[in-house]
Design a protein around this ligand. Structure first.
Ligand code: BES
Ligand code: ZN
Length: 889
């Protein structure tokens, strides 16, 4: 077992490794309960390490069989071994070969880290520290080696054997029923990118020719019988490979690229060199079983893992503090890819929604941490929205500040300078500074300071001087471990919108620091003045969400209504409507906000709703707009968004009621337009997952739901017909969800029909579980409890757990935060049970408590009791004990 209360690891304690590993030769003989691993490590002392140091290797629950140095068995006195480490006490200070034999039980590996069996398939997951569960090794990303892997297995049990790199040999093991394959990866890599797979798998394959004419064989491996559902993933892979050549100049570098889909996986997917392993949810799709959102996720995640080949694999991280160096950057790259493949504005809106709901919430609670943390107790807990999503925003800001060309020059220099290295955030930033002659020292604070900066902007038009002035004030709020902060460098994209809806030319007054249309805010308080402004404009601030900040302005609701109708920046056009809706929802939730983004709503609640109805109605009727964009405009802020805006003493029931009644009001007021949109976007042919078709469905379904939220019999009947006649999962599941939330009388029959139809398809059953967990009524907890005993559910499968319990905790605010505390208790007990099996999944589930301090006192008390109950649990994993301690801290 690992130490439950390990010492924190600190960035400032980094030292280069004492020993380097140049080559790793692995021989893995697969067996369900007793897999034998022999590793030969070609090692040498690191000239940058401490002279004379022993060789200290990491392990985790390992059983050592033997050790040999340069071929000679080592006697007990020559080494010290425990399940979690192996020390060679006095090694010669020369290049040497260390041979280590261990045995493992893949079937008993419920943590799904290291080598495990997933539905009969052997597979591995090594990031972040899973390789040490396979063999003793310096398990740190700055030790780069060339790997050769021999895999052997029963022909019957595992006819397919896959490893990193290119296959160099294979055959039968003479005189046995076994066979083997040897894989060689010529590119030095850290051990977290190691992978192997063995099993009975079907495959689809396609050739790909790279920009310089190299042929690559692409393969996607899936459970037998599911190859027909891998086509979209293959197409997404080819588009990703082409895009990375065209946009970043990155070409693939092996003869094969394989993807394997497995049913039991802790995360979404993993970028192992030449052998990506995926949660099957992000590979398998067919019109009957996958929604438009599933298709979009598959496209994005296939791209993300592929893009890691350059940002993560060719250039990796020096240590795990630098995680954003690969993850934030690669999220930025996959966002850009999806923007180019689909609608850029709609993708931006979706990304910002995700950023606010996950990252802003994280930044506002006890788990807040910098994009590059300075300390951690369990690295698995730092694969967070902050590292990923805020990390991507920081890269996006670099591009905004340096321009497209300047950004590309910085990336080119980064690839050039650091290819083959384990790099740091400083080295990354230095490339952009050097390529652009820019000073990025203040910008670097984005990596070090946690919390969402607050930016207040007040605009003033001076009729006499024909000038417009924006007074900007930035505030950094205290976060755990960071009571005081420095002012940040904040790029605010700006437009001044004239009465005719067109942007005025921005003529900066002398001394105003604006790069094109981007205000570069660097001081706590700063004013920007523009000349030749003949009439009062409406400022459109932070266009495209150019900086991840919480913005407040002195815009009146008429100004927001104006922007919602006229802003040429699609993001801010969307955002203006959201700001109006949020201001209304906060006041309708019965609690005065400290300060809402809308500023003082003029004319009170009804005026706001009227402005909102007018704004949404205008978008709904505007046939020049992309339907997918209109669907976003129509979707009101989430319960979580409202709770965050309120900030303290949150009552989830009041929020739910306010949101429900707003949607009912919108459904009633916009009915004619909604009916027209529903009719206009009826399907006009066979299902296709492309963005345009998906956008039409999104709008049609948004209209269906707003109308159904009125509860009118005709609207429920429409939803029922939609459900029954759908020829694809997007429409069928959306209608089912409308019925489940708005039609209690029709709900059970519809849920049952859905179950009967898809009972043999676990990924679809996940949708069915998730939906039931999200119903906002007191009976839900009992329903969820019963579903944990349903044959389709299993605590051992992360997808099932996330679908049912994860959605109950994260996507059902009223029932998770039941005032009687039963929701908190249920999730706490699930965390404790899960922790014994799979700490990583347990710790993620526990993250649902992250905003507990902002609840009203009764619910806050019960959340605290639930957290303390977990904290007192016996034998907690480091994963759960770290989250619970920080949550209570
Ligand atoms: N490297 C990660 C997978 C990973 C995460 C391994 C945590 C170990 C611990 C992979 O590149 C990744 O980021 N996957 C994401 C999906 C991605 C599209 C953001 C995931 O698994 O959620
Ligand atoms: Zn990643």
């Amino acid at each position: 077992m690992r130490d439950a209360d390990p010492q924190p690891v600190r960035l400032t304690d980094y030292r280069p490794p004492d020993w380097l590993v140049d080559t790793v030769d692995l021989d893995v003989r697969l067996h369900p309960q007793a897999t034998r691993v022999v590793v030969r490590l070609g090692m040498r002392p690191n000239p940058l390490g401490r002279p004379g140091a022993p060789i200290v290797l990491d392990g985790d629950e390992l059983e050592l069989k033997s050790v040999a140095l340069d071929g000679a068995p080592l006697a007990g006195a020559g080494y010290a071994a425990t399940p979690s480490s192996l020390t060679i006490l006095a090694p010669p200070q020369d290049p040497l070969v260390l041979t280590i034999e261990t045995v493992l039980d893949p079937s008993a590996n419920t943590k799904l880290m290291g080598l495990y069996c997933s539905s009969g398939t052997y597979c591995t997951q090594c990031e972040a520290e899973g390789f040490r569960r396979i063999t003793y090794f310096p398990d740190r990303p700055d030790v780069l080696a060339v790997y050769t892997t021999r895999i052997e297995a029963e022909c019957e049990e595992a006819p397919v054997l896959l490893g990193n790199g290119n296959k160099v040999d294979s055959g039968d093991v003479e005189g046995t029923t076994r066979h083997f394959a040897v894989w060689h990866d010529p590119w030095p890599k850290p051990c977290y990118l190691f992978a192997l797979v063995g099993g009975k798998l079907d495959r689809i394959t396609e050739p790909f020719v790279t920009a310089t004419g190299k042929e690559v064989e692409l393969g996607i491996y899936v459970e037998p019988g599911k190859a027909g559902r891998a086509g979209y993933a293959m197409d997404a892979l080819k588009r990703s490979m082409r895009w990375d050549e065209e946009v970043f100049g990155c070409e693939y570098d092996l003869d094969v690229f394989n993807i394997v889909a497995v049913a039991d996986f802790n995360m979404g997917a993993m970028e192992n060199k030449g052998l990506n392993v995926f949660n099957d949810k992000y590979v398998l799709a067919s019109p009957e079983t996958a929604t438009d959102a599933d298709y979009a996720n598959i496209e994005a995640i296939i791209a993300h893992e592929y893009f890691h080949n350059w940002t993560g694999n060719r250039i990796t991280c020096r240590d795990w503090f630098q995680l954003c160096l690969k993850e934030g950057l690669t999220v930025f790259r996959d966002q850009e890819f999806s923007s180019d493949q689909r609608s850029r504005p709609v993708k931006r809106i979706a990304d910002v929604r995700l950023l606010k709901s996950h990252q802003f919430a994280e930044d506002a609670g006890p788990l807040a941490h910098p994009v590059r943390p300075a300390t951690y107790r369990e690295i698995n807990n730092f694969y967070t929205a902050t590292v990923y999503e805020k990390g991507a925003e920081v890269v996006r800001m670099l591009k905004t500040l340096l321009s497209e060309e300047g950004f590309r020059a910085g990336m080119d220099l980064y690839f050039d300078r650091h290819d083959g290295q384990a790099a740091t955030v400083e080295e990354f930033l230095t490339c952009f500074a050097d390529a652009n002659g820019a000073d990025l020292s203040q910008f670097a604070l984005w990596y070090a300071q946690s919390g969402t900066p607050q930016v207040e902007v007040n605009g003033h038009w001076d009729a006499a001087a024909r000038s417009y002035r924006l007074d900007v004030r930035q505030t950094q709020v205290p976060t755990p471990g960071q009571p005081d902060k420095q002012p940040m460098l904040i790029p605010l994209a700006l437009g001044l919108v004239g009465a005719d809806g067109r942007d005025l030319p921005l003529v900066p007054h002398d001394g105003t620091n604006a790069a094109g249309s981007v205000l570069v805010v660097s001081r706590p308080e700063q004013s920007f003045v523009f000349r030749d402004v003949e009439a009062r404009p409406v400022p459109s601030i932070n266009r495209g969400f150019s900086a991840p900040v919480k913005l407040t302005t002195n815009l009146a609701s008429e100004d927001l209504l104006f922007l919602a109708r006229h802003d040429t920046d699609p993001f801010n056009r969307f955002e203006a409507g959201q700001t109006l809706a949020l201001a209304h929802l906060v006041s309708a939730s019965g609690l005065a906000p400290e300060k809402t983004s809308a500023g003082p709503p003029s004319g009170g609640g009804t005026a706001l709703v009227e402005a909102l109805i007018e704004a949404l109605g205008a978008s709904l009727e505007d046939e020049t707009l992309d339907p997918a964009f209109i669907a976003q405009v129509l979707s009101v802020p989430s319960e979580g968004d409202i709770a965050r805006e309120i900030g303290s003493e949150v009552d989830p029931d009041a929020i739910h009621a306010a949101r429900r009644s707003l949607r009912r009001a919108l459904g009633e007021a916009l009915r004619p337009g909604l009916e027209r949109a529903y009719g206009r976007h009826a399907p006009d042919g066979a299902y296709s997952p492309d963005a345009v078709s998906a956008g039409r469905r999104a709008l049609r379904n948004a209209a269906l739901e707003l109308m159904a939220s009125t509860g009118e019999a005709a609207d429920i009947a429409r939803a029922l017909a939609h459900f029954e006649t759908a020829d694809n999962m997007t429409d069928r599941f959306f209608a089912l969800s409308v019925l489940a939330h708005h039609a209690p009388a029709e709900r059970d029959a519809a849920l049952d029909a859905f179950y009967q139809r898809f009972r043999d398809d676990p990924l679809v059953i996940d949708k069915w579980l998730a939906l039931q967990a999200q119903i906002a009524e007191p009976e839900t907890l009992e329903r969820v409890r019963e579903l944990t005993r349903h044959p389709a559910f299993s605590m051992g499968n992360p997808n099932r757990v996330r679908a049912l319990i994860g959605n109950f905790a994260a996507a059902n605010q009223t029932q998770f935060h039941r005032p009687d505390g039963a929701g908190h208790l249920f999730v706490a007990d699930a965390v404790l049970e899960l922790d014994r099996r799979n700490p990583q999944v347990a710790a993620r589930l526990l993250g649902a408590f992250k905003s507990w301090r902002s609840l009203e006192p009764t619910r806050r008390g019960s959340a605290e009791r639930a957290l303390r109950r977990i904290a007192d649990g016996p034998g907690l994993s480091p994963d759960v004990s770290d989250i619970v301690a920080r949550s209570l801290g």
